[in-house]
Write a protein that binds this ligand. Structure first.
Ligand SMILES: NC(=O)c1ccc[n+]([C@@H]2O[C@H](COP(=O)([O-])OP(=O)(O)OC[C@H]3O[C@@H](n4cnc5c(N)ncnc54)[C@H](O)[C@@H]3O)[C@@H](O)[C@H]2O)c1
Length: 257
């Protein structure tokens, strides 16, 4: 199983939990040391053949080299989780100040990077006649953001007030379209392609934001990272053997209003 963005907030949990379920995981993210360290910890705890393999999704050469190494080392890929997403340097800037560089950076990881991973690894899965590709979107690929929740917000990790930029919605909407396309393209070859759409996960946002966000959620709270894992396991496993081209939204009901 390959997880891009594998050392991020959700990615590292996906890697750990999938290995606990018996998968050999290829932990892939920008930084080789982070990938190696996490893979080592997972190997020790689970005894699976888990390895860290860095990739830069903005580089065609890097993705090609990475895919070649995976194919040489494992020969097969059962599950590909396209989970990586870029937070560009000025990600929280308002639309009228949002730079083209930031736009390109986000699109090159969230959309073009996904194109490259499926182009390089999809044919391997198709040749085997079996596989599951899980593309990670966001509620903001499904609905527009409620701009009222951002006033007074703060996110320590990014050192700024929170907002959802247009490019994030554009890229995450594209993820859902790409899933539908790939589901019909590779369905006849036995590959299932689905979207996993998380709602807002609690990860250090300030109380003002958490409260405003939670007010918009029928369940009345943000998600815990662990709450995404069940959906991932479902889409990765044969429990979803007839599920193809779908979007599994795990958002506490945010998009149900
Ligand atoms: N956390 C949430 O609240 C939330 C909500 C909805 C959707 N999502 C989606 O879930 C996924 C994971 O989110 P997260 O919160 O763990 O984010 P995160 O920022 O912690 O993880 C994303 C990872 O992608 C990696 N990445 C960025 N650019 C890359 C590149 N060029 N090549 C390879 N890797 C690269 C980063 O290094 C990072 O580790 C993302 O697709 C995100 O959009 C998250």
């Amino acid at each position: 199983m390959v997880v891009t963005g594998g050392t991020g907030i959700l990615g590292r949990l996906y890697c750990r939990k999938m290995a606990e379920a018996g998968a050999s995981v290829i932990v892939s993210d920008l930084d080789q040391k982070h990938c190696t360290d996490l893979a080592g910890e997972i190997r020790e705890n689970t005894g699976t053949h888990t390895v860290g393999m860095a990739v830069n999704l903005t580089s065609e050469d890097s993705v090609k080299k990475w895919a070649k190494e995976i194919i040489e080392m494992f020969g097969v890929v059962d599950v590909l989780v396209n989970n990586a997403a870029a937070k560009s340097p000025n990600f929280f800037r308002p639309l009228d100040q949002f730079s083209l560089e930031d736009w390109h950076m986000v699109m090159s990881v969230n959309v073009t990077g996904m194109f490259l991973t499926v182009r390089e690894l999809g044919p391997l899965m198709a040749a085997r006649g079996k596989g599951s590709i899980i593309n990670v979107s966001s509620i903001y690929g499904v609905v527009g953001p409620d701009q009222r929740i951002y006033e007074g917000s703060w996110y320590e990790e990014m050192g700024g007030a929170i907002s959802t930029p247009l490019v994030y919605s554009a890229s995450k909407g594209a993820v859902i379209s790409m899933t539908r396309y790939l589901a019909t393209y590779w369905g006849p070859k036995g590959i299932r392609v689905n979207t996993l759409t998380p709602g807002g996960v609690s990860s250090g946002q300030n109380n003002v934001f958490s409260e405003k966000y939670s007010y918009r959620v029928p369940l009345g709270r943000m998600a815990e990272a662990e709450e995404m894992v069940g959906a991932l396991l479902f889409l990765a496993s044969d429990a979803s053997s007839y599920v193809n081209g779908q979007n599994l939204i795990v958002d506490g009901g945010w998009t149900a209003w």
